[in-house]
Write a protein that binds this ligand. Structure first.
Ligand code: NAI
Length: 411
């Protein structure tokens, strides 16, 4: 399957699931005008029909792009997941069809960090219990168990994108920040790394978790670790539900060992709005429960729209695959004055030397060449000084090389 390049105004963009207006604006600003934006997700025949004419497609988490659907997406050059997760796409099938997939892993970092700061203040003031009492007609007007956060210690487990943001904001509130990470991390502000997780747990007034879901973080906070936390300390979890043993946490909250907790993520979460949320943490007055909304703000949606649209536009205009989740990553400079030829192929011996023969055999000067491969696919980008006609011939010759998945020329 081969592709030639054509003007932006002929490139068809299909955006499903109410992808943010910021994405539509980004496409318009970049000169793309054929944008079909729909509020709903599509499935079955309707999806196959819509995707068949699209060059770029943007989805959120509900649209399933499986191998069968992708087989009908004969014009598609790239997929944008306007969300964090990408498991709604068959990434391998997309890769083998020469289609890079992009997402927005960090657009909602700030939203999570702000919620964690709010939760930290609420917990330190004992607000969850007071809120629950007031709803029942109670009026416990006293200062018992109520503290300023200024001068208190916040312990961050995982010091990545979110952990560092939380740390900086907490310092602005006068908190002392400790962190523990399995990687050596540059400490921002006055934050200090602890020698171990145990030390962090023993020294923190509030512990906040910001690790990914991995085999190594499963039940990272189990009964033994929770017991290491200071009496009356608080726990915040807006990372992943599997990181905490929730039964052990519920027990520590009931027994009074912990002062409170704010939990946004759960080992088992309802699949939709109609399913009941069940958890041993339900009904505990000292717990703030939220339905996995740490990253859910309108600002984050806007940021996701801008970020993913920018990645699709860059790939379409320039060929860069930086931060693609299923594809060899190539960051490319501009190609003013050159024709840029993209060649995506199966990573089998001999393809590259055949590709180079195409150029040397014609006496064409190569201005730049970029190559990345992974186990299955190779992506080579060649900038040449050639006429439009020559570029079209080169593309056709490259397309004939066995193992070629697709080719494109950028003018
Ligand atoms: P990140 O990848 O930037 O940072 C994670 C950090 O955890 C890294 O520095 C890593 O080295 C560290 N780490 C990994 N294993 C560890 C271990 N066993 N002990 C200590 N540190 C460990 O990730 P980011 O963006 O900061 O996200 C953190 C978490 O927040 C993820 O679980 C993510 O899924 C979750 N998240 C939750 C949202 C929500 O709506 N509640 C929204 C966005 C992210």
């Amino acid at each position: 399957m081969t592709r030639t390049s054509f003007p932006r105004q002929d490139i068809r963009v299909l955006l499903l699931e109410g992808v943010s207006q910021s994405a539509v604006d980004a496409f318009h600003d970049a000169g793309y005008s054929l944008i079909d934006r729909r509020d709903q997700s599509l499935a079955g025949e309707a999806l196959v029909e819509a995707i068949g004419g699209a060059h770029l497609v943007g989805i959120r988490s509900r649209t399933q792009l499986d191998a069968e659907v992708l087989a009908h997406a004969r014009k598609l050059i790239a997929i944008g997941c306007f969300c964090i997760g990408t498991n709604q796409v068959d990434l391998e099938a997309a890769q083998l069809a020469g289609i890079p997939v992009f997402n927005a892993p960090y657009s909602n970092t700030r939203s999570v960090a702000e919620l964690v700061i709010g939760q930290t203040i609420m917990l330190m003031r004992g607000i969850p219990r007071r809120n629950a009492e007031c709803h029942r007609g109670g009026w416990s007007k006293n200062a018992a168990g109520s503290h300023e956060v200024r001068g208190k210690t916040l312990g961050l487990v995982g010091y990545g994108h979110i952990g560092t943001q939380v740390g900086l904001m907490a310092e602005a509130l006068g908190m002392q920040v400790l962190f523990h990470d399995i990687e050596t991390k540059l400490a921002l502000g006055n934050a200090r790394a602890t020698a171990s997780l145990d030390e962090l747990l023993a020294r923190s007034d509030v512990v906040s978790l910001h690790v990914p879901e991995t085999a190594g973080t499963r039940n990272l906070l189990d009964a033994a670790q929770i017991a290491r936390m200071r009496p009356d300390a608080h726990l915040v979890n807006a990372s992943r539900g599997t990181v905490v043993d929730v039964d052990a946490l519920a027990e520590a909250l009931r027994s009074g060992h912990l002062g409170g907790a704010a939990v946004d993520v759960f080992p088992v979460e309802p699949k939709g709005q109609d399913e009941e949320f069940t958890s041993p943490l339900r009904g505990l007055d000292n717990v703030l429960l939220t339905p996995h909304v740490g990253g859910s703000t309108l600002e984050a949606q806007d940021n996701i729209g801008v970020e993913v649209a920018a990645k699709l536009i860059r790939y379409s205009d320039n060929g860069s695959t930086l931060s693609a989740v299923n594809f060899p990553e190539v960051a490319l400079p501009g190609h003013d004055g050159s024709r840029r030829i993209l060649h995506i192929h199966r990573n089998v011996p001999g393809v590259l030397s055949r590709a180079n023969e195409v150029f040397s055999g014609r006496g064409i000067n190569i201005d730049g060449q970029y190559l990345r491969t992974d186990a299955k696919v190779g992506y080579v980008v060649i900038d040449v000084s050639a006429s439009e006609q020559q570029a079209a011939e080169l593309r056709a010759a490259l397309a004939d090389i066995p193992g070629t998945i697709r080719t494109r020329v950028l003018y």
